[in-house]
Write a protein that binds this ligand. Structure first.
Ligand code: AMP
Ligand code: MG
Length: 344
């Protein structure tokens, strides 16, 4: 009897140990990738609902892509561009929200950010063509750019472009919106730990599975994807980067990239090679990374400092890193070729 009792205690102890090991098991990790919005999307979710979360989030991104891409014939943006100079087009409330948000950033930057940049984007064709367009063509395209002419009728739910040849391009903001919407899907499935990487537009959901903040790498603009200059630790934030390395060509030793300055008609050329914005909403981070890149190191950083809850990291061609005041002491430089700009 005594022996049996002793034996039973060991069996119970072993069972308890097994259950506790089971409880401590790392949560299941699910990763889904796809090529959408002209870029690689990688969605990672931890936990029991992970698979459903990444599947539904990817579907949501696809929906937004077809609604907002310039080439999707059934989408709002394609239809608005086709109807330029003719009539306004009834669009989804989502498209209106993204366009209204874009207009806000155009006003904040006096037109440095401008989604009516379509004619100039098409002319340069960065990523497709490798030639500098003639100045006369650049000037003609510039004449068609003016966010103030965009007709937004909230009560009718329409958007119109008054002149033939004008066109909208949401390349600088749609991915940001998609990031917010994908994060909503993660929250719906109660994902406490996840990362949405929409071609370098990052949204971190919750914390790492061990409860610590996510460590987000800031891409080295001079090296292949996955080489980082610095690391920031964040929870529930968007970290969005605009950089010269994303889409470009090199002609006669000069790099021509895809972030265009509407005032010069050429790729923004102000000493910056990348800008990362950290804030709550990915749509704001996306619009602002492009906006501040075009505004340049001084004006761009001034704008970041003016906006509550917005932080930024700017990297210059001479490998200097500038950070906004809220990030001082919080950015871990991991590549010693890069140094803080003096005084920061
Ligand atoms: P991002 O990578 O978010 O900085 O966005 C760059 C993309 O936005 C380009 O590939 C163009 O499609 C578009 N774009 C380029 N210049 C501008 C601009 N000045 N304002 C708004 N969108 C722009
Ligand atoms: Mg952007």
């Amino acid at each position: 009897m005594k022996y049996k009792k002793f034996h039973l205690i060991w069996v119970i102890a072993a069972m308890l140990l097994l259950t506790s090991v089971g409880c401590n098991k790392a949560p299941q990790k699910v990763v889904k990738t796809d090529f959408l919005m002209d870029t690689l999307m990688e969605l990672t979710a931890y936990g029991p609902n992970g698979q459903k979360a990444v599947d539904d989030a990817m579907e949501r991104i696809k929906e937004i892509d077809s609604m907002m891409s310039v080439s999707s014939k059934t989408g709002d943006i394609y239809k608005i561009n086709e109807a330029a100079g003719k009539q306004p087009v009834k669009v989804s409330p989502e498209t209106r929200y993204v366009v209204e948000t874009a207009q806000h950033y155009s006003q904040l930057s006096d037109g440095a950010f401008d989604i009516t940049i379509g004619p100039l984007v098409n002319l340069w064709g960065i990523g497709k063509k490798e030639d500098v367009p003639p100045l006369s063509a650049i000037k003609a395209a510039q004449k068609l750019i003016d966010y103030k002419k965009l007709e937004l009728d909230a009560s009718a739910g329409t958007i119109g472009l008054p002149q033939e040849g004008m066109s909208i391009d949401l390349g600088a903001i749609a991915k940001g919106y998609a990031g917010d919407e994908a994060a909503k899907v993660f929250k719906k499935y109660d994902i406490k730990s996840g990362i949405l990487n929409l071609g370098g537009n990052i949204v971190v959901v919750g914390t790492r599975p061990d409860g610590k903040p996510w460590r987000v790498g800031i891409q080295n603009p001079f090296k292949p994807t996955g080489n980082y200059v610095a690391v920031v630790e964040e929870e529930n934030k968007a970290v969005v980067t605009s950089g010269v390395y994303e889409r470009y060509f090199i002609k006669d030793g000069k790099r021509y990239h895809h972030i265009l300055d509407p005032f010069t008609g050429y790729p923004a050329d102000n000493g910056l090679v990348s800008v990362s914005i950290i804030t709550d909403k990915s749509i704001d981070a996306d619009a602002l990374s492009t906006t501040t890149f075009i505004l340049g190191p001084q004006k761009g950083m001034e704008l970041i400092e003016k906006l509550p809850g917005v932080e930024g990291i700017m990297i210059t061609a001479d490998k200097k890193i500038m950070v906004s005041s809220g990030l001082k002491g919080k950015v871990d430089i991991v590549d010693k070729d890069f140094t803080y700009e003096a005084g920061r």
